[in-house]
Design a protein around this ligand. Sequence first.
Ligand code: NDP
Ligand code: 2IT
Length: 450
Amino acid sequence: MPAEIHPRLQPVFDEFLARNPGEKEFHQAVYEVLVSLTPIAGKKPEYAQWSILRRMCEPERQIIFRVPWMDDEGTVRINRGFRVEFNSALGPYKGGLRFHPSVNLSIIKFLGFEQVYKNSLTGMPIGGGKGGSDFDPKGRSKAEVMRFCQSFMTELYRHIGEYTDVPAGDIGVGTRELGFLFGQYKRITNRYESGVLTGKGQSWGGSLVRTEATGYGAVFFVEEMLRARGEDLQGRRIVVSGSGNVAIYAIEKAQQRGATVIACSDSNGYVVDESGLDLDLLKDVKEERRGRLSDYVSERGSSCRHVTNGSIWQVPCDIALPSATQNELGVDDAKALVGNGVRLVAEGANMPCTPEAVEIFTQAGVPYAPGKASNAGGVATSALEMQQNASRDSWTFEDTETRLGEIMRAIHTRCAETAAEYGNPGNYVMGANLAGYLKVADAMVAQGLI
Ligand code: NDP
Ligand code: 2IT
């Protein structure tokens, strides 16, 4: 790993490793935050006390459960469900649910840990948590997905609530799945408790802009990074990995701002469309038909090419927005991007860049935004959805998008100012981690040893 933990914090990390053997994604996320705390290990020892740090590394509650369901052929299937309620110092646990075959406890714990600091950075009153299942929605019928969601909620319902824990979507979980989950929660509890989930549909308590929020927010954050350097998005060539919720709306907002998005990907490969991606076609393939990028390529025709072996990060661009999954962008990718003159990298996904890749960007002087800052627009808009639910109100698209823009600008300022205050101007990782951490630590100190 590139940077080092302050010697005063090393014993905390050693103890953490011993307590969580083999959980490599969780180790990676905690390591990054501990490295960022170096300036306060000397300056603000009260916040770097072991009692706070050790609690920060230990989720308040971890729930693992069996999810039995029956497929369309009548075969019984068993999956594993998770909800890690990480930290409730700032508000009810808040964070998405991920359905993907790779899901395991390490992945949910890393996501839950990162969510705590991300949510703190938004300035909204939300704690951090994450959940999901190793269920693979690919190739499953709508009826199978519904049965799975109903079984998942039959256990989850007892752990969540608008004042307790408020799940939302993530990989493999969108409005459709949230609908099935909400329906089952309502049925079991006999409560129309809108604030128990976010990312809901418009007619049943959802907020406008939540669907677009993570991708739009990432682009708003990029605009702030550029503005700080006297630049803008006009005419920039952008590569976005993934072609799911985050990627699609990052592409949409980047295009609205005059950039050309030339490539995106899914787990089977990537598409390069030099004249700019056709977003209507992409949305139709991905959102309406739940198809593959190969469908986009065959319908788009000769203007684009499909690459099924290789990395999307070989495609030269000005701005890279990794928006698929963790550790998708490694050393060779970072070297290729830097070699091809990338000017800025901002994470739409959670932890998509490996620490070694981040180190390459840092050494090359390429501004780099960690996901907990640049993708915070999704959860921030979830908090706006909770506000609307609590007041039984619904805001216009314009108002909600304006608020999202303000929140992203405030996060950028918070990160930039904190990094500068602690002697590392321009270091968004340190700024995000320190600003996020200090607020949570303050609340934890105030609330006593719990
Ligand atoms: P979606 O399920 O909508 O899309 C995920 C995209 O990433 C798909 O294109 C998928 O390809 C690709 N992908 C997923 N896993 C892999 C993998 N192992 N290898 C290659 N490609 C992969 O998810 P989202 O867009 O919602 O989430 C993307 C990222 O953004 C995640 O890291 C998530 O945690 C993060 N995020 C999401 C937020 C949200 O509001 N949705 C908020 C903040 C962060 P394929 O279809 O082939 O699997
Ligand atoms: O990683 C994330 O921030 C999300 N998946 C969104 C969480 C939320 O509660 O909206």
